[in-house]
Design a protein. Structure first.
Length: 327
């Protein structure tokens, strides 16, 4: 064979294989996987500065196995952070899955299936829905959950762990003022059933809650969930920054971090939930849990709790708290 033909043959064989690797993978610790006994649970982190207790809790439940962080963009910055918090963990790795091609790579699904703890980083949840839903990534995540592997997420990674998901597919995230003025604004896009965590079925969640003033938009989410026929009494877990809710497999939760977690319960149908019309949704029950408080999802009751109601009337929020504060 002539040299030019041989070179062409080699390149034609090698280049497709190189092009097929669309993910990025970074690992510290033991390069060899281990298999450990795990304890299921879900860590919902509200974004901002990470809460050390989240990762220590997940590592303990992993049985010091292999801890995997997945994301669509970003770096491996979680690797040294988690390894420092969990020095006995067998390994800590980050897998960047930036498109559906990467999500269909056998290495990606195998790596997820081999994890003893899995955490979804923040970013843009529309990437997670667009790139991962309906792929082996989604299947592998559900395999881990069914196997009793602890799973967690922060910010966008938290958004996609509840049954109902604010998918953020529009050109910008929706604000409370936009959602209250029109709960059918194009900036509200919803999805469901990306992952199947039994403890958080029937719920939507939202991070950065107080910091980014998201009460109004969450009431709009509840109205849309009702309008979609997904739930007759919609519920929401809303978590502020630097705060997390650690849930065992039975849905018993503990609040950790510096701020608060909010549990919202709609009483039923909204009074006015129409396209182009300001929202009226009255008497949404709110339970605010401070750090170290607990909450039981099965009874929807907690400790260290402040209870009140919030209402939207023609797009304007009010509260039964003294002074009328919505948070």
């Amino acid at each position: 064979m002539k040299k030019s033909l041989l070179l062409l043959f080699v390149l034609s064989s090698v280049l497709p294989a190189l092009a097929a690797k669309q993910y990025s993978y970074f690992r510290v610790g033991n390069p060899n996987d281990v298999t450990t006994a795990t304890t299921g649970g879900t860590a919902l982190e509200g974004g901002g500065t990470d809460v050390d207790a989240v990762y220590q809790w997940m590592c303990q439940r992993s049985g010091n196995g292999d801890f995997l962080v997945i994301r669509a963009t970003g770096t491996d910055a979680y690797n040294p952070y988690i390894q420092q918090l969990c020095p006995n963990e067998n390994s800590v790795a980050t897998l960047i899955i930036p498109n559906s091609g990467a999500a269909n790579d056998p290495f990606v699904s195998a790596t997820i299936n081999n994890a003893e703890a899995l955490f979804i980083a923040g970013g843009d949840q529309s990437n997670y829905i667009n790139f991962w839903k309906g792929t082996p990534v989604e299947t592998a995540l559900n395999n881990l959950i069914a196997r009793g592997v602890p799973i967690g997420g922060t910010s966008a990674g938290m958004n996609v762990l509840s049954q109902f998901v604010y998918s953020a597919l529009a050109s910008q995230g929706v604000t409370s003022s936009q959602a209250l003025a029109n709960p059918f604004t194009r900036y509200i896009t919803l999805d469901e059933n990306f992952v199947n965590i039994p403890a958080v079925q029937g719920l939507i969640d939202d991070p950065h809650f107080v910091t980014r003033d998201r009460m109004g938009r969450d009431l709009a989410f509840l109205c849309r969930i009702y309008a979609n026929g997904w739930s007759s009494m919609p519920r929401d877990i809303a978590i502020d920054e630097q705060t997390a809710l650690l849930l065992d497999a039975s849905g018993n939760g503990t609040v950790v971090g510096l701020s608060t977690v909010y549990f919202l319960q709609a009483p039923g149908a909204p009074q006015v939930c129409q396209s182009g019309t300001p929202l009226t949704y009255q008497n949404i029950e709110v339970q605010r849990i401070d750090s170290s408080g607990t909450f039981k999802l099965s009874t929807w009751k907690g400790t260290n709790v402040t209870s009140y109601t919030v209402s939207a009337n023609a797009g304007v929020l009010s509260s039964t708290q003294a002074g009328g504060g919505i948070y």
